[in-house]
Write a protein that binds this ligand. Structure first.
Ligand SMILES: Cc1cc2nc3c(=O)[nH]c(=O)nc-3n(C[C@H](O)[C@H](O)[C@H](O)COP(=O)(O)O)c2cc1C
Length: 353
C-alpha cells in the first residue's frame, strides 16, 4: 500500500515523500520585497517535506497586493532567494516558487508608487485589505488593453527564469483565491470582449498562455498549477464554474505539467475533485483541511500522488517526523501569522530527538 512516506516523481521533481508544504504568505519580506535570513531559517527548518511550495511571490511591481510579500523581479530578490534554496537543498529538500499576481486584490499603499493595479476588467472587488493605514477598500483596477497582455504574460516568463536563477526547483502558477489568473477565468471579473474574454475558451486562455510561457523557461516537468474551482474568496464569481474548469482541465492535460495542485473544498456547490477526475490526467497534489488519516486514505486509494498541508507546517517544522511517529501536533499562534519578525515564524521547536 502506498503511503505518505513513499517517494514520488512529479514531472522532473523527485520527492522523497508525498508530504508537501502548501504555499503560505507570511509577510516578512524586507523593504526591497526580498526574503531575509529569517526566510532562510524558516524554509530550512521545513525541508524534510517532500516538496516546499513557497509563499506567493510577485512576478512584478504591479503584481504585489499585500504588505511585505516577496518578489522575484530584481537582482536583489534573486540573490536573496538563492540563499533560501541553497539552505533547503543542503537540508535535502526541494522548493517550488509560487508565482502570485494579485490583479485587482490590491491597494496602492501596499505597493511601489510607480506600480499600477491592473485586471481583466475595471470591476472593483467588494472587500477590504490590510494596509499600514488600517483596513481599506480594494482599489478599482484599470482594465488591461489587449496589446498589454503579452507583456503581462512575459512577466511570468521572466519570473520563471529568475526563479530558476535563484535555484528554485520549479514554479507554480497561483490561479485561485481571486487573484489575477482567477480573475481572467471568471465571468464576474472578466467582462472582456477580445481574445481573453467573452467565451469560456477565451477566459481560460490567459492561464493556458501563461503556463506555456512558464514552460518555455522551465520545461513542463517543473511547472505546476494551483486551482480551486468555485472558490468565492475575494469576491470571485463565475456563471458556470463547472464549464470553465472542464475546459481549463482539458486544455492543460496535454501540457504535461509536473502537477496540478487542487484546493478541494467539498462544501462548495461544484465538486472540484470530481471535475479533476473527469477532465484531467496527470499527477495531483490535493489540499485543504487534511489530517494524516485523510491524506493517507487519498494516497492509498490512488486519488492523489501527494498531499499538501499548510497550517500544520506553521507550527510543526518537523511535520513529517510527527506524522511518522504519531506525535502530537503543536497549535499555532494566529496573531503572528502575518506579523513581521521571528516570533511565530522560526521559533516553533521540533520534537526533541
Ligand atoms: C497564513 C496563510 C497564508 C496563505 N498564503 C497562501 C498563498 O500565498 N498562496 C496560496 O495559494 N495559498 C495560501 N494559503 C492557503 C494554503 O496554501 C492552504 O490552501 C490552506 O491553509 C488550507 O490548507 P491546510 O488546511 O492544510 O492549512 C495560505 C494559508 C495560510 C494559513
Amino acid at each position: 500500500m502506498t503511503t505518505l512516506f513513499d517517494p514520488v516523481q512529479l514531472g522532473d521533481l523527485s520527492l522523497k515523500n508525498r508530504i508537501v508544504m502548501a504555499p503560505m504568505t507570511r509577510s516578512r519580506a524586507d523593504a526591497q520585497d526580498a526574503p531575509t535570513d529569517l526566510h532562510v531559517e524558516y524554509y530550512r527548518q521545513r525541508a524534510t517535506a517532500g516538496l516546499i511550495i513557497s509563499e506567493g511571490t510577485q512576478p512584478s511591481l504591479n503584481g504585489k497586493g499585500y504588505c511585505r510579500t516577496p518578489g522575484i523581479h530584481s537582482a536583489t530578490q534573486i540573490a536573496a532567494w538563492r540563499k533560501v534554496t541553497d539552505a533547503v537543498h543542503a537540508a535535502g529538500g526541494l522548493l517550488v516558487m509560487q508565482l502570485m499576481h494579485v490583479g485587482r486584490i490590491a491597494h496602492p499603499l501596499n505597493k511601489a508608487a510607480s506600480a499600477e493595479t491592473v485586471a481583466p476588467s475595471a470591476v472593483t472587488a467588494r472587500g477590504k485589505m490590510y494596509t499600514e493605514s488600517g483596513m481599506l477598500d480594494f482599489a478599482t483596477p484599470r482594465a488591461l488593453r489587449t496589446d498589454e497582455i503579452p507583456a503581462l504574460i512575459d512577466e511570468y516568463r521572466q519570473a520563471t527564469r529568475n526563479a530558476l536563477a535563484a535555484g528554485c526547483d520549479g514554479v507554480e502558477l497561483h490561479a485561485t483565491s481571486g487573484y489575477l489568473p482567477a480573475q481572467f477565468l471568471s465571468s464576474g471579473s472578466n467582462q472582456r470582449q477580445d481574445a481573453y474574454g467573452g467565451s469560456v475558451a477565451k477566459r481560460i486562455r490567459f492561464v493556458v498562455d501563461t503556463l506555456q510561457a512558464m514552460i518555455a523557461e522551465a520545461g513542463a516537468g517543473r511547472v505546476g498549477l494551483r486551482i480551486c474551482p468555485g472558490n468565492p474568496f475575494n469576491d470571485l464569481h463565475d456563471d458556470d464554474v463547472a464549464g470553465t474548469f472542464a475546459a481549463l482541465l482539458q486544455a492543460i492535460t496535454p501540457l504535461k505539467l509536473a502537477y496540478l495542485h487542487l484546493v478541494y473544498l467539498p462544501a462548495l456547490p461544484v465538486d472540484g475533485l470530481q471535475l479533476v477526475q473527469a477532465h484531467y490526467q496527470g499527477p495531483l497534489i490535493i489540499n485543504d483541511s487534511l489530517d494524516f488519516a485523510k491524506a493517507s486514505d487519498y494516497i492509498a486509494n490512488g486519488t492523489t500522488a501527494a498531499a499538501s498541508f499548510g497550517r500544520y507546517f506553521v507550527s510543526n517544522p518537523d511535520l513529517v517526523e510527527r506524522f511518522r511517529t504519531g506525535a502530537e501536533l503543536a497549535p499555532f499562534d494566529t496573531t503572528t501569522l502575518y506579523a513581521d519578525g521571528p516570533r511565530g515564524y522560526i521559533d516553533y521547536p521540533p520534537l526533541p530527538a
